[in-house]
Design a protein around this ligand. Structure first.
Ligand code: FE
Ligand code: FE
Ligand code: ZN
Length: 277
């Protein structure tokens, strides 16, 4: 079974996203936990959440992926920014307890001049403060393009964070194909080699989700500009190999390509067509 969906707007609530996913042939989806650029959050609607959970169970969806807002920087140096990150992280994780077995995708953040080592320590500290005993959600650290002072552009940086977290059983990784390509991991010519490296440094057991995106820019560009599937520098053949790779094919795939709903519907159909038996 290929589990594939796309990023959807959460402004009309939980159940609406489930119905929208169904309408484009998706069997999972991703959404922002709160306003992605501001960080404000709507009051929680328990009835709406229960309605989505019922639909997910009935239709056999893979777990939706909740994405933290871009403004949440868990390794910020500025006290106010760091305080917001830790509070929002904690609130988001508390809210997700309404969805047993949820997954929460987090950018490790930008160290803004502190250096990678200080950034890594701060991120781990933020996670250790925000996560709590008995929580059911798994936090996924996203592989980053390494733009600016982003932490997480190298597998070793994610490893260093994992080594410092106090609840490792609740931490995983989400691999973004555009980001790793932009960070100069050659998934086009040597997907096996990249996955072997991932396994050696992080462990494939930690890999829980794939962000499936093409890239507007060449390998190693560190730009992080997503492109539609098959229209970028990664290309359709390489992305089809990602979707069919034995180590990846059972993971959920989330498209974050520059599309409206109709474009996402076509990409989901295209990838189903490229899926090997
Ligand atoms: Fe992301
Ligand atoms: Fe992503
Ligand atoms: Zn990106």
């Amino acid at each position: 079974m290929l589990y594939i969906g796309c990023h959807l707007s959460s402004t009309k609530g939980y159940l609406h996203m489930g119905e929208e996913a169904l309408s484009i042939g998706a069997n999972t989806f991703q959404y922002f936990s709160r306003n992605p650029r501001g960080g404000s959050v709507k009051p929680f609607d328990a009835g709406d959440a229960a309605a989505l959970s019922a639909l997910i169970a009935e239709r056999g969806f893979a777990t939706p992926l909740t994405h933290a807002p871009y403004t949440l920087n868990p390794c910020a140096a500025a006290p106010q920014t760091l305080e917001f990150a830790r509070r929002a992280l904690r609130e988001d994780l508390e809210r997700l307890e309404h969805f047993p077995g949820a997954m929460y995708n987090l950018h490790p953040g930008s160290h803004v001049g502190q250096g990678v080592e200080a950034g890594v320590a701060r991120i781990a500290e933020s996670l250790n403060e925000a996560m709590f005993d008995g929580m059911g959600t798994t936090v996924l650290l996203e592989t980053m393009a390494g733009k600016g002072s982003e932490v997480g552009g190298r597998f070793e940086e994610l490893r260093a964070i994992l080594d410092r977290v106090e609840r490792p059983e609740r931490i995983g990784v989400c691999l973004d194909t555009c980001h790793v390509f932009d960070a100069d991991y050659d998934i086009v010519n040597d997907l096996d080699g990249v996955l072997e490296m991932f396994d050696r440094i992080i462990g494939l057991g930690r890999l829980r989700a794939i962000h499936l995106n093409d890239s507007k820019n060449p390998p190693g560009s560190r730009k992080d500009r997503h492109e539609k599937i098959g229209e970028g520098q990664i290309g359709l053949d390489a992305l089809a190999r990602v979707v069919n790779h034995p180590a990846l094919r059972d993971l959920p795939f989330y498209l974050e390509t520059p599309n409206e709903l109709e474009g996402y519907r076509r990409e989901i159909e295209l990838l189903h067509g490229l899926r090997s038996a």
